[in-house]
Design a protein around this ligand. Structure first.
Ligand SMILES: [Zn+2]
Length: 452
């Protein structure tokens, strides 16, 4: 064993001791963060994302300003760093959360509850728990007394769940440090994210069709209103979909289709109620026939649109018809398409425009980071040392907080095989997970910023 390995081993033990010592304070900090219901609200003077998002940043500013150099970017973002030097490592977290509308929780979502070794509350895993872990890790690094050769900047945003306008604002005032990670994804590392297109098509409303509620999900429910016809023989073709029919006035009826929702980046896990309904209706509606030929039920790779493609790293293109909304004389359809790393949006859009004559409403190019950099190799080393498991870089269909940054990766904080109910009812973080996160991030800072 070399002297430097021995020193590293001693330091690891010291970090573990400090993590045990600081764990209660991390749980208290997380509980305080959860207590601020930081769902996006109406903008007002100095509060770009509403009262509660400004309040959670102001709380964090208070909490950190004794120990760190803190700066508030007009309540879009706050930053905290060890000293005034130009930072070389950036850690990007967010303190805003998604709403709890329609969810049934065991305990109130904004009153943190500790039970069964877990902290329950909205934001526990996304992303307040990971933020509390990073803050605690920074405190531990300071307590070790190790000299920091490189400065660290924690960046706490407040608009991740609604388009990351916080980051756009921050970038008008400042830049990201050259090494950047976010604990707002999964372990080990997410280094590649597919590109995304959201595409709108307007079609004549020859009957009334509505379905889906958010563009980034397989729609669970869709319905149509049309003159009474017997379509029950059609229903049998879709065993995964539950159809029901209600008779309405004036010899009309409503058909309701219920399937299974899924995230648009993993559409094969869902059963699309809207595309099933369109297929059922294709004998009675031109619009339904056209759309169901372009988006056949059960197809999630865009084959019928002519956009099927894949690359070895990120896998295949995914395509979901997610929303239909009838308004006035037309139906607006929205689809969500995730395309592989080796394509640009224009490759896909050219084909969609020819086939569907619609328009893009949102476009984001793929994001990928060189896996052979010293930065990524160090993160993987830390992961392997802390967990004893093999580290690897992953590619995903979703977009993380670093999607539009140069060279940023997601590093945690969801552990493989654990379901923390992110965005759902009874969201939680395990206290043991929180402890491991603290150790991981403290070791990361030490390895990247204290060692040679
Ligand atoms: Zn998040």
């Amino acid at each position: 064993m070399t002297a430097s390995m021995r020193m590293r081993g001693n330091m690891h033990t010291r970090v573990e001791e400090l993590a045990d010592e600081y764990l209660d304070s991390a749980v208290i900090l997380l509980s305080e963060l959860i207590s601020v219901p930081s769902v996006m609200g109406e903008a007002s003077e100095g509060k770009p994302y509403g009262e509660a998002c400004a309040a959670v940043l102001e709380f964090a500013e208070q909490e950190l300003s004794q120990e760190f150099k803190v700066r508030n970017y007009d309540n879009h973002v706050i930053t905290a760093q060890f000293d005034d030097r130009e930072p070389e490592l950036g850690i990007l977290c967010h303190l805003d959360v998604v709403p709890v509308d329609g969810q049934v929780w065991t305990t109130p979502p904004f009153e943190p509850d500790i039970r069964d070794g877990r902290v329950y509350g909205r934001g526990a895993i996304d992303d307040k728990g990971p933020a509390a872990a990073v803050i605690t890790a920074m405190r531990i690094v300071r307590e070790t007394g190790l000299p920091l050769k490189k400065n660290v900047r924690l960046i706490l945003g407040s608009n991740e769940e609604n388009g990351s306008a916080d980051i756009a604002y921050y970038l008008t005032r400042d830049k990201f440090p050259p090494m950047l990670f976010t604990p707002d994804g999964n372990f080990p590392i997410i280094s590649a994210e597919k590109g995304m297109i959201r595409y709108a098509v307007d079609m004549p409303a020859d009957i009334e069709i509505n379905g889906g509620s958010v563009v980034n999900a397989v729609p669970e429910r869709a319905e149509a209103v049309l003159p009474c016809t017997d379509l029950s023989a059609e229903f049998a073709r879709f065993p995964g979909i539950d159809f029901s029919v209600e008779n309405l006035e004036n010899n009309t009826m409503r058909i309701i289709a219920r399937g299974t929702g899924a995230h648009a980046s993993t559409p094969e896990q869902g059963k699309n109620a809207l595309t099933a309904l369109l297929s059922v209706l294709s004998g009675v509606s031109e619009t339904a026939r056209f759309m169901s030929q372009a988006f056949p039920y059960g197809e999630t790779d865009g084959a019928s649109l002519g956009i099927r493609c894949s690359d070895p790293k990120s896998g295949g293109l995914t395509c979901v018809l997610s929303i239909a909304k009838t308004e006035g004389g037309s139906i607006r359809f929205l689809s969500d398409i995730r395309f592989p790393l080796d394509k640009r949006s224009c490759d896909i859009l050219t084909i969609l425009d020819q086939r569907l004559h619609g328009r893009d409403v949102f476009v984001s190019e793929p994001h990928s980071v060189d896996e052979d950099s010293d930065f990524i190799r160090t993160l993987l080393d830390v992961y392997e040392d802390v967990t004893g498991e093999k580290g690897e870089c992953l590619a995903i269909g979703g977009g993380t907080y670093v999607h539009d940054t140069e060279g940023g990766v997601a590093f945690g904080a969801e552990w493989q095989g654990s379901d923390n109910h992110m965005h759902g009812a009874d969201e939680f973080i395990g206290i043991e997970e929180l402890r491991k996160d603290i150790i991981m991030y403290a070791e990361t800072i030490i390895r990247l910023c204290c060692e040679e």
